[in-house]
Design a protein around this ligand. Sequence first.
Ligand SMILES: CC(C)(COP(=O)(O)OP(=O)(O)OC[C@H]1O[C@@H](n2cnc3c(N)ncnc32)[C@H](O)[C@@H]1OP(=O)(O)O)[C@@H](O)C(=O)NCCC(=O)NCCS
Length: 406
Amino acid sequence: MANKPLSGYKVLDMTQFESGTVCTEALAWLGAEVYKVERPGRGELGRRGVAEPDKDTYGFLIMNMNKKSITCNAKDPEGLKLLEALVKECDVVVENMGPGSMDKLGLTYEHCKELNPGIIYASLKGFSQVGPYANYPAFDPIATHTGVMVSATGLPEQPIKCGISVADSGTGTMLAMSIITALLHRERFGVGQRVDIAMQDFMIGLSRSQWEPYYANGRVPNRRVANGMPLEDVAPSDTYPCKPYGVNDYVHIYCSRAPGSKQWDNLCEAIGRPDLKQENCPEMSTPRERFKHRDICDNAIKEWLKDHDKFEAMDILCKADVPAGALLDVNDITNDPQYIERGMMVDIEHPQRGKVRVPGFAPKFSEVEIEYKCSPELGGSNEEVYGGLLGLSPEKLAELKEKKVI
Ligand SMILES: CC(C)(COP(=O)(O)OP(=O)(O)OC[C@H]1O[C@@H](n2cnc3c(N)ncnc32)[C@H](O)[C@@H]1OP(=O)(O)O)[C@@H](O)C(=O)NCCC(=O)NCCS
């Protein structure tokens, strides 16, 4: 891993499930040496599922690439000693255990700082570690509900949560950014620090645009508008069904609400309805007028979509300078060569699962090539880390294994 942005940095990774693991995976993709600490025998909580208890889940495989796995029973005094020795060797500790669990293990920030004054100690929790919710556990939907987002999504009478784990992966990604910032800060000013992120706080930040209608509409709760535009009444702004009307055959079309925008007129030309252009049709003359008469606007679009599938519709409309997005699902993305070429989908070889095509790292750098390595086998780096980094003898390793400490 020479010449990677984070090469040489060592990370003690005590993360589990999605939020924490995507954070350390990003650090590993950028070249950090990530030691994933797992319970002997069963691994971290997300490694094995109920359906196939002897195999790593696909989720584990997707979120733990490029890491090294070591096993350690942190609740055994000898296991704790191993972790303390690793804290001395590492630059960063990352954890997303339930509230109080790291303290119970004895691995508090204060203790880690005593062991290694320059340590960067990063915690990810559901809620702020001070305040009324400090001891509450949280999974993704808890954070999306308590962090504004679900109040804004769904139907007027029915809030609906998002189908992907925005709070988990989003918070983990922001934690990775924060850890890199803390490393930079340590390089410039010589001090380590604690980094503390809460999923609720991250979601509040992600929901910032909701404060615009809140203030504009007199500080009343914001409306939910299904697939419409939440900030203002504008049309077209919807997810429209199209040929051949399967479960994901939709295209979202949105024309700018900015005064003077030509996008609606462009759309009218593209769908063969110049009679509906702003100058030709008073009901279609502004975004708000179109919203008031959206049956006219929506019916014209729906009629046109009877002859076009989502890919064609997106292609024709975007080329006419009308923002339109086909509803692309996992199957569409996995099987489209464009994403392989872009490096957004990558093929990895997993010992239990064979060749698996998975999403890669979104940012692309001109001077950094991301190399993708398969998620680690449970305890696959015990010898390298305990023997190599900590200098334990093969006999000691065998003894620790026998006692199920590792
Ligand atoms: C996600 C969450 C609700 C799961 O709760 P949970 O299943 O009860 O798991 P916890 O993390 O609370 O507890 C794990 C236990 O395993 C223990 N453990 C973890 N690694 C261990 C190891 N290597 N050796 C021994 N014990 C270990 C912990 O010490 C803890 O023990 P405790 O309950 O006695 O304190 C909780 O971890 C949480 O709120 N995390 C923060 C928010 C978050 O990241 N949520 C999203 C996850 S995608």
